[in-house]
Design a protein around this ligand. Structure first.
Ligand code: FES
Length: 253
């Protein structure tokens, strides 16, 4: 094992999470390569490393977090090194090294929000999500619910200090949040998930119907190809007419 791999393993070891079932697994697809190339092309030659952060953001958006396997690939795309990418990933608290839940809650713990009720919100959200607040540590600030639906993280200032307490759910900022508002937000999240599942089930059904239709069309086409043409029966009849009739066997006397 190389020194670089050792260093990456040491600072960015993979952490499994129940949230993974809600995100696709990291995979280098032609679309991902094209997106990375597009981001790299925004910077002048020789400055490709500047695209590391935008690519990290894109990967987090697509896959929920930045897994260790993604780091050497990002480095390759940006003419950088895996250790440089790992350094950036581990430096910014907003970059996840563990997959969050489907709905990720960031609760502001900075003084203005903490004093306006944010501190009491944290245990309430934990109990609603079924997570243990003791699991939130400096090394692992995110907790994910066992069903992977929720995750929670206490973060620093969300830049909306005058309207605390502030909670960001995925990319949406909610201000002056109360327990009642948390209940409403979580109910809306569940509704959103139900709608997504309904849509996915309908799309699956539609795709299955399309496949069935295509199979039936192919079978009909194959049957048509093997059926005798209009001329064939006529030709057979004519041949039968022309065929000499068998002579009756002489009667025995
Ligand atoms: S202190 Fe919470 S948003 Fe600034």
């Amino acid at each position: 094992m190389s020194e670089t791999t050792n260093a990456i393993d040491a600072i960015a070891a993979p952490v499994s999470s129940p949230g993974e079932k809600f995100f696709p697994k990291f995979e280098v697809t032609p679309e991902l390569v094209a997106k990375a190339q597009e981001l790299v092309a925004l910077y002048p030659e020789g400055k490709e490393q500047s695209a590391v952060l935008p690519i990290i953001h894109h990967i987090q958006e697509e896959f929920g977090y930045v897994c260790p396997e993604a780091m050497p690939w990002i480095a390759e795309m940006c003419k950088s090194t895996a250790i440089h990418v790992a350094g950036i990933v581990t430096f910014y608290p907003g970059i996840h090294r563990k997959c969050p839940g489907k709905f990720h809650f960031r609760v502001c713990r900075t003084i203005a929000c903490a004093l306006s009720g944010g501190e009491e919100l944290l245990p309430y959200i934990c109990s609603k999500m079924g997570v243990d607040p003791a699991e939130m540590t400096d090394e692992e600030p995110m907790v994910v619910s066992p069903d992977g639906l929720w995750s929670l993280e206490a973060v620093e200032c969300l830049a909306n200090c005058g309207f605390g307490p502030n909670v960001m759910v995925n990319d949406v900022l909610h201000s002056q949040v109360t327990r009642g508002k948390i209940d409403d937000i979580m109910a809306a999240c569940k509704k959103e998930l139900a709608a997504e599942r309904k849509e996915a089930a309908a799309a699956k059904k539609e795709a299955a119907a399309a496949r069935r239709e295509a199979r039936a069309a192919a079978a009909a086409e194959a049957a048509e190809a093997t059926e005798p043409t209009a001329e064939e029966p006529v030709a057979k009849k004519t041949a039968a007419k022309k065929a000499p009739a068998k002579k009756a066997a002489p009667k025995k006397k």
